[in-house]
Write a protein that binds this ligand. Structure first.
Ligand code: AMP
Length: 352
């Protein structure tokens, strides 16, 4: 079946960039997003303005589209599964299920033979005390669901720190305690798998976070070939295990000896892959569109070194200065209001 129209659940900047990549391949896009005039809909062919789990809206999306994909990992699993009865959904809904719950995610990654931090489920203050004792009094406490960009987390740096009320302070919801990884740097890898099972991996990016939000991704990452290879092998194992179709992002901590510890997966195009639009012939966005539409994957090779920087909140005021630099690709998301912590755009500077 040849794909003419792609449905995208979610209307943010990632959906917008997918819509742009689809348009270049003469594919149409329909966005399902409750917020009218969202960043993605500004560049898509149509928008269904409705909740992600609205049954009528999902039926309409299935009717209008040949395949459906998504741009964020908190798409309700039941909605994706219901949709998959009517129209192919890529990546598979199982990828959502795995990435929505940090406990399920860490268990899945470990079952793929990939190293993770030690972890324990925490459903009460008593669980927390026991898990902290097991991890030497230090660790990172996180909500299992709906945490992102460092939100819903509490760091225990030293055994002397008070634990009182820590379970309730994160909302009394199911938590996970992870052992503290003594990492030297953070990297991520963007990889794609097509419908035939062919896999293409981009080079790992070195990521710096500020206030829990990605600040820069730099290529090349300061890792040796063995670490880069380990990242590629991990991505392959995850993609194959999920029978995945599309682009995935996998984040790792790099230990002082070069060993990798996987932190999380994102079953979608990823902020730490935005650099690919400037430094590769085929961007992560086109790669995703190719995979889900049933086209051959493009070459993920990087032709230039580069650094991608997010424009967060007031950083949008720096756009004229960035535009004055001829070596910088500026990409803005069409968001009317710049709020603190809000991703407004990004810039990628080519280095040599
Ligand atoms: P996350 O929400 O899992 O992406 O975590 C946000 C940030 O917290 C990461 O980018 C790390 O800088 C830090 N972090 C998360 N988990 C751990 C861990 N187990 N050990 C050390 N640092 C962590």
């Amino acid at each position: 079946m040849s794909v003419r129209t792609i449905g995208i659940i979610g209307g943010g900047q990632l959906g917008r960039m997918l819509a742009m990549a689809a348009a270049r391949l003469d594919l149409r896009t329909v966005i399902l997003e409750p917020q009218p005039d969202c960043p993605a809909a500004q560049l898509a062919n149509a928008q269904i303005v409705a909740a992600y789990d609205d049954p009528d809206a999902l039926a309409e999306l299935a009717r209008l589209c040949d395949i459906v994909t998504y741009e964020f990992e908190n798409v309700p699993v039941a909605a994706a599964e219901a949709l998959a009865e009517a129209v192919p959904v890529f990546p598979p809904p199982r990828a959502l299920e795995v990435s929505q719950d940090r406990l399920v995610e860490k268990s899945f990654i470990r079952d793929c033979g990939i190293r993770t931090a030690d972890f324990a489920a925490v459903d009460s203050q008593a669980d927390l005390e026991a898990a902290l004792d097991r991890f030497g009094g230090v660790g990172v406490l996180k909500t299992r669901r709906l945490g992102y960009d460092g939100k819903g987390q509490r760091l225990f740096r030293s055994p002397a720190e008070s634990r009182d009320g820590a379970f309730e302070a994160l909302g009394g919801v199911p938590l996970i305690l992870e052992s503290l990884v003594p990492f030297e740097r953070e990297i991520s890898i963007i990889a794609a798998r097509d419908r035939d099972g062919t896999i293409a991996c981009y080079d790992p990016a070195e990521n710096v976070h500020r206030n829990g939000i990605l600040h820069t991704s730099t290529l090349p990452a300061r890792v040796n070939e063995a670490s880069a290879d380990q990242a590629r092998r991990a991505a392959r194992a995850i993609l194959d295990s999920l029978g995945y179709v599309g682009v995935i992002g996998v984040e790792f901590f790099v230990l002082p000896d070069g060993g990798l510890v996987a932190n999380e997966i994102a079953p979608r195009v990823h902020n730490s892959g935005h650099w690919t639009e400037a430094a590769c012939v085929i961007s992560q966005f086109e790669q995703h569109v190719r995979a889900v539409a049933g086209h051959p994957l493009g070459d993920p090779r990087r032709h230039s070194d580069c650094v991608m920087q997010n424009l967060i909140g007031d950083d949008i005021d720096d756009v004229p200065a960035w535009l004055a630099r001829p070596d910088v690709l500026v990409h803005l998301y069409g968001k009317a209001e710049a709020r603190p912590g809000r991703k407004m755009g990004h810039v990628t500077q080519i280095l040599g």
